[in-house]
Ligand binder design. Structure first.
Ligand code: AMP
Length: 432
């Protein structure tokens, strides 16, 4: 029978890869905890309307990339393509936003029907933080500090660049869009079909075009920064001052607009040049209008989302996942002879209780000494404890053999130790 395969662009993360993911997750958890952010979890499936009203009905994500379907009740639902909309929906629905300040984080899978390639998948994962009820720019800087701290913990600071831009208010952008559409209509011969469509529906997105002809047509295009209101400019200046004083380096990129409609004022992206075309690892900004747009009361808000797969790719290619994280196991207990299972299970449990930081596997499924030892080597454990019963009795064993499995020592050397005293001592020393 034909074997079924995973859906294209939706990856399995195998046990060996999971260790890197766990390392990254642990770093992220410790950083957000350090900043006082609290976790929020919300469903992967929401009403399609939520994403249309937040990300924007004429954005690429909503127009071309969502996994949407009618469920058995005829409700139109979508797998979430990003986290902010669901986070706002959940926080507002449960009364977390009105007259309050919130610092929240989330993580989980997102779904976009994009063309899969390295760093771009149809199911991918994001870590995100969102802060509500604060006007900025101090909170924007704090949120950027969360990301900068994570890069520092992961040893990635030197490989990431922060680009920032001020896209002003929705009104500013409306005026700018008119000016841009007029300008683009004088350059039609250089525009591709995509740009020609977008110049009427969402002209700002033309700035993102990868087509070199379109880019050359944009050289003299009006700049969004010339349309931005004064308050927003003052905040943006202050944000830059704060970043400078905190030693968080950045570049101003007047063409950075982001693909989601809900942003206003400061937007940003952290990018790297070691991932090829998919260089953006984190994107975010302010979205002061979104809560109201989704039916809540006006609430100031900002946040970012990190692409987990891209960070894992970075960590892998720069060899930044510490070796001790990649060691899944410490002790492998081999059990040789008749009526030995209970002894093995009891001893493993006793070791786990006494040394909770050790990973202990007790061999199951029987087998000869050599086969069990082969498994012990393959398991990656540092030490094999060999329990052996010669006869058929079921009295408690008082001795175990110990073998070091690391490549440095002579793995054939065995030491015979008493259970539990000497074994405990040995493990204490070897695992410290
Ligand atoms: P966005 O929600 O588009 O601002 O994306 C935030 C971050 O998620 C990006 O900077 C990427 O790191 C990551 N990301 C977005 N789309 C994908 C995708 N299709 N596959 C992998 N990562 C993605």
């Amino acid at each position: 029978m034909e074997k079924l395969q995973a859906i294209r662009g939706m990856n399995d993360i195998l046990p060996e890869q999971s260790l890197g993911w766990q390392f990254l997750e642990a770093c992220f958890h410790s950083v957000v905890k350090g900043f006082g952010y609290q976790e929020i979890r919300f469903p992967v499936l929401e009403q399609t309307q939520l994403f249309k009203r937040s990300i924007g009905a004429v954005s690429d994500i909503v127009e071309k990339e969502m996994y949407s379907f009618d469920d058995r009740n005829g409700d139109n639902l979508s797998l979430r393509p990003e986290g902010t909309a669901g986070c706002v929906r959940a926080a507002d629905q449960h009364g977390l936003l009105y007259n309050q300040q919130q610092r929240l984080w989330y993580r989980g899978p997102m779904f976009r029907h994009e063309r899969p390639q390295k760093g771009r998948y149809r199911q991918f994962h994001q870590f995100g933080v969102e802060a509500f009820g604060m006007s900025g720019p101090d909170i924007d800087v704090e949120v950027l500090q969360v990301a900068a701290t994570l890069w520092n913990e992961l040893g990635l600071t030197d490989h990431l660049t922060l680009e920032i831009n001020n896209i002003g208010s929705a009104d500013d952008r409306k005026k700018y869009s008119h000016a841009l559409t007029s300008y683009l209509s004088t350059k039609l011969e250089k525009l591709d079909d995509d740009a020609r469509n977008r110049m009427h529906t969402n002209p700002i997105r033309v700035l993102d075009s990868k087509n070199l002809d379109v880019q050359s047509a944009l050289v003299e295009a009006p700049l969004l920064c010339d349309f931005v209101n004064e308050n927003s400019k003052t905040d943006f200046k202050k944000l830059q001052e704060l970043l400078n004083k905190l030693g968080i380096g950045f570049l101003e990129n007047p063409r950075l607009v982001r693909g989601l409609d809900y942003y206003n004022n400061c937007v940003y992206e952290w990018t790297t040049d070691i991932l090829g075309a998919q260089g953006a690892v984190c994107g975010g900004g302010r979205y002061d209008g979104l809560v109201q747009q989704l039916g809540g009361r006006a609430t100031e808000a900002c946040g970012f989302a990190i692409g987990v797969e891209r960070l894992v790719l970075m960590l892998d290619s720069l060899d930044k996942i510490p070796a001790n994280v990649l060691k899944p196991l410490d002790v492998y207990i081999a059990v040789i002879g008749e009526n030995i299972e209970l002894e093995g299970l009891k001893l493993s449990q006793a070791i786990r209780r006494k040394y909770p930081h050790l990973g202990v596997v007790c061999h199951c499924g029987g087998g000869k000494f050599n086969n069990q030892l082969k498994r012990a080597f393959k398991s990656g454990a540092e030490v094999a404890v060999i329990l052996e019963r010669d006869g058929e009795g079921d009295e408690s064993l008082t001795h175990a053999k110990i073998r070091r499995l690391d490549e440095s020592g002579d793995s054939r050397l065995e030491e015979i130790v008493d259970i539990p005293e000497k074994l405990g001592e040995f493990l204490k020393n070897s695992a410290s």
